[in-house]
Design a protein around this ligand. Structure first.
Ligand code: S3P
Length: 433
């Protein structure tokens, strides 16, 4: 059904099998970082395969409002670096849209500017916690005001920052990045210690651009007043988008998929390791390094999976993949359980509640915990009406569930897929047989 060009719902029908090759948009996490770092670097950067996801476009829009010159040609984005002192006071709010990464990471840069700025977001982002970045940035000297409860919008009064040593209370790559970016502007070395390893794209990109970065165990150190150099970058395909096709390829009998040129940075491949450990046939091929990031093809064949319990310490590295892993869990032999994922409740939606509710609508047996889920195994799913809460990863996870359900699955608000993977439904249709 179409309503003013937006589809209010999308019907998903079971498929016989999935076969073929799939390409993904440039990695969302990496695209954000290259754009922000290029904006404060010296000289031009050329970013190839920049993500077409709405979130990454929000980042470019904010940077333009800060006076950064940006040219887009297809998926190539050219950014004229403004240098450490070249950003301009914005005459309007900086709209991060649905993107938590844009708001939290950009706040690290804005905290060091000699002007005020205001970061806003859509209804979902306006409900997401921001104290986690405001606190360390305030310790460095910035003044940040939020709505009650530590919610956006963020009003940031930048200042000359002092370096800090920060022990992060939550494992969050966005928080780590916000502090490291602020640290680039401070005099001296800033250190961040993470409770568990998180994606390290910021550290890699900073090294590539000439910053001085040290890593010792769980601590990352950046030297301040760094002069970053503009670069030519290639963004790998988004493994978190490929994850939906990994799950689909494993679940739908007789499937064989090749997921092309996806990012294989070890801080992002926990899903591949997990499913391989449960008996999944996933194979990495033709891996190579591109600007410090590993990239390659992933071949997936349908497989019987054992299931089991996901070790707690693995959860932060799987955080974006948990909705589709939960769907996959219902098709394993022993079922799947995970704990330690309270962060999932403060993503674009409460993903624990959304997944539990929708799997139950499909007739599945699910136990919901404050910090996780237990999915019984070998379940027959029934087509149902799915409430996606306009959350892209919930929409895509349940599109995959619909492939193995009996009857028709209807997704409400499917357009949210544009947040991370605008071509998702087209890509799925091309490999469905
Ligand atoms: C991201 C980090 C994760 C992840 C998000 C992207 C990033 O968030 O869920 O989709 O690019 O750094 P947290 O840092 O809040 O865990």
């Amino acid at each position: 059904m179409s309503f003013f060009g937006k589809s209010a719902e999308k019907a998903i029908r079971p498929v016989k099998r999935l076969q073929g090759r799939v390409r993904f948009p440039g990695d969302k996490s990496i695209s954000h970082r290259y754009a922000m770092l290029a904006a404060i670097a010296e000289g031009k950067s050329e970013v190839h395969f920049y993500s077409d996801a709405a979130d990454c476009q929000s980042t470019l829009g904010c940077l333009e409002r800060l006076g950064v010159a940006i040219w887009r040609r297809g998926s190539t984005v050219t950014i004229e670096g403004a240098g450490q002192e070249g950003l301009k006071a914005p005459s309007m709010d900086l709209d991060a849209g649905n993107s938590g990464s844009t708001m939290r990471m950009l706040a690290g840069i804005l905290a060091a500017q000699p002007f005020r700025s205001r970061l806003t977001g859509d209804a979902s982002l306006s409900r997401r916690p921001m104290k986690r970045i405001a606190e360390p940035l305030a310790c460095m000297g910035a003044r940040i005001q939020m709505r009650e409860g530590g919610l956006p919008p963020l009003e940031i009064e930048g200042a000359k920052l002092s370096p800090i040593r920060y022990q992060m209370p939550v494992a969050s790559a966005q928080v780590k990045t916000a502090v490291l970016l602020a640290g680039l502007f401070a005099e001296g070395a800033t250190e961040v210690t993470e409770p568990a390893p998180t994606r390290d794209h910021t550290e890699i990109a900073l090294e590539q651009m000439g910053a001085s970065i040290g890593r010792h165990g769980k601590t990352i150190r950046v030297e301040g007043r760094a002069r970053l150099q503009g670069q030519k970058f290639y963004v790998p395909g988004d493994i978190s988008s490929a994850a939906f096709f990994v799950a689909a390829g494993l679940m739908v009998l007789g499937s064989e998929l090749t997921l092309e040129k996806v990012g294989l940075n070890p801080t992002r491949t926990a899903l591949l390791d997990l499913v391989a450990g449960m008996g999944g046939r996933v194979k990495v091929m033709d891996a190579e390094m591109l600007n410090g990031e590993l990239i390659g093809d992933v071949r997936v064949e349908s497989s019987a999976l054992r299931g089991g319990e996901i070790p707690r310490e693995k959860v932060p590295a799987l955080i974006d993949e948990l909705p589709v892993l939960a769907v996959l869990g219902t098709q394993t032999d022993e079922g799947l359980t995970f704990h330690g994922a309270e962060e999932l409740r403060v993503k674009e939606s409460d993903r624990i509640a959304a997944v539990a509710e929708n799997l139950r609508r499909m007739g599945a047996e699910v136990a919901e915990f404050p910090d996780g889920l237990r999915l019984a195994g070998r379940q027959k799913l029934r087509g149902a009406e799915i409430q996606t809460y306009a959350d892209h990863r919930v929409a895509m996870a349940f599109a995959i569930a619909g492939l193995v359900a009996e009857g028709v699955t209807t997704l409400r608000d499917p357009d949210s897929v544009r947040i991370s993977f605008p071509g998702f439904f087209g890509a799925l249709e091309r490999v469905a047989r």
